[in-house]
Design a protein around this ligand. Structure first.
Ligand code: ZN
Length: 174
């Protein structure tokens, strides 16, 4: 497992739509291992392949708490088949938007069809933080970021700060 560099907004690749995968092979499993190690290292609770520059429909999630056993979930070609009318609000962050958080309202529950790490068809019925996390990550596969749900003013302010951050980082000379 090796960690990869996480792409930070603004970057045009984060706005591209990811493609479905045809099969699960060792290359894909290697990618998923790298994604997991990148996510744990960040640290974060979810990561989509596009965030490390790969436009494929694969996400990794682990919402287990610090004192719990790790419980990674790999979702290949995830498809939401049901969203509840009932909504919930969580404060969301994103590894591609470091330092920024906002309360986002989403369907409280969702059902998802996906292919797992071993190529098996699976279904998951998610609620709570897992439901929010899955929806956030599937948004990434469609080029959507959580700031897209905010007012234009708030969104522009966050992007401005991220642009400034990128400029400052590029100034560092060693
Ligand atoms: Zn994210």
């Amino acid at each position: 497992m090796s960690s990869r560099e996480i792409i930070i907004e603004p970057d045009p690749i984060l706005r591209k739509k990811s493609e479905n995968l045809e099969k699960v092979d060792t290359n894909l499993q290697k990618l998923m291992d790298d994604m997991l190690s990148t996510m744990y290292g960040a640290p974060g609770i979810g990561l989509a392949a596009v965030q490390i520059g790969i436009l494929k429909r694969v996400i990794v999630i682990d919402v287990s708490k610090e004192d719990e056993k790790k419980n990674p979930i790999f979702l290949i070609n995830p498809k939401i088949t049901y969203k509840s009318k009932k909504t919930s609000v969580y404060e969301e962050g994103c590894l591609s938007l470091p330092g920024h958080f906002a309360e986002i309202e989403r369907p409280a529950e969702c059902h998802v069809d996906f292919i797992d790490y071993f190529g098996k068809n699976k279904k998951i019925q998610a609620g709570g933080i897992l439901s929010t996390c899955i929806q956030h990550e599937i948004d990434h596969l469609n080029g959507i970021l959580f700031i897209d749900y905010l007012s234009k003013l708030k969104k522009d302010m966050i992007i401005k700060k991220l642009v400034k951050r990128k400029k400052e980082l590029s100034k560092i000379v060693l």
